[in-house]
Design a protein around this ligand. Structure first.
Ligand code: NDP
Length: 451
């Protein structure tokens, strides 16, 4: 079949998705990226086509939408929206994070849940896909306000989740503090101590390495990509965006491997430190972001370097870029600038940080480009390991969990290589991740009948 025929099939598919899910731009974007890789594959494997597997996967199994009322410190009532998208349970209980951010809406959570299905499949662990959250903004709220919100959120969510049904975790705006408040409320309402959430504290069922997992895993994935060209991190200049959980531990792992991280950012701007953000500076950033809950621009007062207000890191010359903040943070111009400045490896810690036009630039330039669903799967993989430890009522050592994480990331890379290598030897990781994640879910759906 010619490329034109495939393109027509993609366009027809997308026209139906857009008509059925109006106004959900990020969801359309995520589906388009996936079906562009999968439609040719489905055409070559008609068992998936006849069973309309792709069409079924694009419709969530269940969407839960609820009211979250809570009282602020002034005694005023606040109302937020709460969501849980249960996208696919084909290969295991729904699994995926909760995001608390004012931009959260149905389309963003559906894009994240859709990506999560393929990502979780890539990890090789038995986890379905889901995502949830709220338009609540934890920034500027007191600990008591965050607790009251989390308790109200969980009061409704608890009836829909469970260790064998749906196991949420953290994402933007949901870290150890929020998971703790939600776990406490779940336990109180259900009178059971189970692994219903991951990202828990070490004293109450959490796994070593879970906080580090997404950032470490992303760097392990980038390391594998670099290896295919005989390269490693030693002496490499690395630009990272974000300064939250993923960015912090990606920085730590790059430092451990001998690279030099020169940027971090938040939604207000970017810091640039040409000397490198070493272990001492990073420890201070962890305090700034996780304890003081301050802004990244405070870095330059303490350590020097430059602050670029309202700018992202992509103008800085680097060998490797690790976008670890949010969706659509690298546009076409940013991608062109990165490539022009000599960047040859982009590994996505965030979900869908590159726009479709940016991805096109990376693929056309044939640089090493690892899409989020493969490159950031280390977080959910280690959540899967936390679930295993909870079921066994055992705690594995730091070394063991790190080793398992490393092995999983190597395997994900190999799966991408298997399904994504093109005739000229170039590895198209987008195609590799989409097909590699799809096959297991699709075969399970075929085996389970019309579900
Ligand atoms: P955090 O809340 O810990 O940190 C998010 C960081 O990104 C902050 O520095 C934040 O800045 C910045 N950011 C958030 N929204 C925007 C925006 N609209 N524009 C610019 N910067 C923004 O979240 P995580 O580190 O956990 O998540 C980061 C990304 O990684 C997300 O895409 C998430 O989906 C993805 N991810 C996370 C996993 C995990 O295990 N945590 C697993 C897999 C993927 P500010 O403080 O100003 O908001």
């Amino acid at each position: 079949m010619s490329n034109n025929v495939y393109q027509q099939l993609v366009d027809d598919f997308m026209a139906r998705v857009k008509a059925k899910n109006p106004g959900e731009a990020e969801f359309h974007q995520a589906v388009q990226e996936v079906v562009e890789s999968l439609i040719p594959y489905v055409e070559e494997n008609p068992q998936y086509k006849h069973a309309k597997v792709l069409e079924r996967m694009t419709e969530p199994e269940r969407v839960i939408l609820f009211r979250v009322p809570w009282m602020d410190d002034k005694g005023e009532i606040q109302i937020n929206k709460g969501y849980r998208i249960e996208m696919s349970s084909a290969i295991g209980p729904y699994k995926g994070g909760l995001r608390f951010h004012p931009t959260v809406n149905l389309g963003i959570l559906k894009f994240l849940a859709y990506e999560q299905v393929l990502k979780n499949s890539l990890t090789t662990l038995p986890m379905g896909g889901g995502k949830g959250g709220s338009d609540f903004d934890p920034k500027g709220k007191s600990d008591n306000e965050v607790m009251r919100f989390c308790q109200s959120f969980m009061t409704e969510l608890q009836r829909h989740i469970g260790p064998n049904t749906d196991v949420p975790a953290g994402d933007i705006g949901v870290g150890g503090r929020e998971i703790g408040f939600m776990f406490g409320q779940y336990k109180r309402l259900r009178n059971e101590f189970t692994g219903v959430l991951t990202g828990k504290g070490l004293e109450w069922g959490g796994s070593l390495i879970r906080p580090e997992a997404t950032g470490y895993g992303n760097v392990y994935f980038a390391q594998e990509m670099l290896k295919t060209r005989g390269l490693d991190f030693a002496g490499k200049i690395v630009a990272i965006s974000g300064s939250g959980n993923v960015a912090q531990y990606a920085t730590e792992k790059v430092n451990m491997l001998g690279g030099k991280v020169v940027t971090l950012s938040d939604s207000n701007g970017t810091i640039y430190d040409p000397q490198g953000i070493d272990a001492e500076k990073l420890a201070w950033i962890l305090w700034l972001k996780n304890v003081k809950r301050g802004r990244i621009k405070e870095y330059v007062d303490k350590w020097g370097g430059e602050y670029f207000h309202d700018q992202r890191p992509w103008n800085v010359k680097c060998d490797v870029a690790l976008p670890c903040a949010t969706q659509n943070e690298i546009n076409k111009e940013d991608a062109i600038t990165l490539v022009k400045n000599g960047c040859y490896c982009v590994s996505e810690g965030a979900n869908m940080p590159s726009t479709p036009e940016a991805v096109e630039v990376f693929i056309e330039a044939k640089i090493l480009y690892g899409p989020g669903k493969a490159a950031n799967a280390g977080g959910v993989a280690t959540s899967g390991l936390e679930m295993s430890q909870n079921s066994m009522r055992l705690n594995w050592t730091r070394e063991r969990v790190d080793q398992e994480l490393h092995t999983i990331m190597v395997n994900i890379h190999n799966t991408c290589q298997k399904y994504g290598t093109e005739p000229d030897g170039f590895i198209n990781y987008v195609k590799g991740a989409n097909i590699g994640g799809f096959v297991k879910v699709a075969d399970s759906m075929l085996a389970q009948g019309l579900v």
